[in-house]
Design a binder for this molecule. Sequence first.
Ligand code: V0V
Ligand code: CO
Length: 146
Amino acid sequence: MLTRIDHIGIACFDLDKTVEFYRSTYGFEVFHTEVNEEQGVREAMLKINETSDGGATYLQLLEPVNDESTVAKWLAKNGEGVHHIAFGTPDVDADAAAIGGKGVRVLYEEPRRGSMDSRITFLHPKDCHGVLTELVTSAPEPPAEH
Ligand code: V0V
Ligand code: CO
């Protein structure tokens, strides 16, 4: 069952400048940063609020780390902006199977590693009214700030 908005993914050309915009404009601080080579991104997670399911909602700022990155391709076509929305679930495997059973294309056979050791998969935007949609199960240990 999908229980929260886990994050909104925002594609940007310059992560440091974008982080600074969110800090100086809204007061949002960086909770976590990492490079995810498999996904081709450097990212910053800004924690916005905690949620009633024990999780939290973040903004995920994404900068491509190479030209082959899906985010690089998307930026070249669209410029900066909202790239995807991610719903949190305690069981990404079950939800991906259930949603796939409704005819929506699930992009990964098995969930892959996402931010803060989460397990993630994606639904094809063309099957979701134009929205690239991610499903996320957080790591069992709640993420510590770093
Ligand atoms: C592409 N399209 C999108 C889109 N990306 N529509 C809405 N939102 C997006 N973000 C549309 C695009 O305009 C085309 O429509 C069509 O889909 C095919 O796109 P394409 O440019 O030819 O690109 P593809 O097919 O090579 O790749 C698109 C997909 C790819 C969605 C398959 O981006 C993908 O595998 N995404 C999942 C992985 C990902 O995005 N990773 C980065 C975030 P027209 O022109 O044909 O109408 S990593 C992350 O979130 C992490 C680590 C985390 O949360 O922990
Ligand atoms: Co994401």
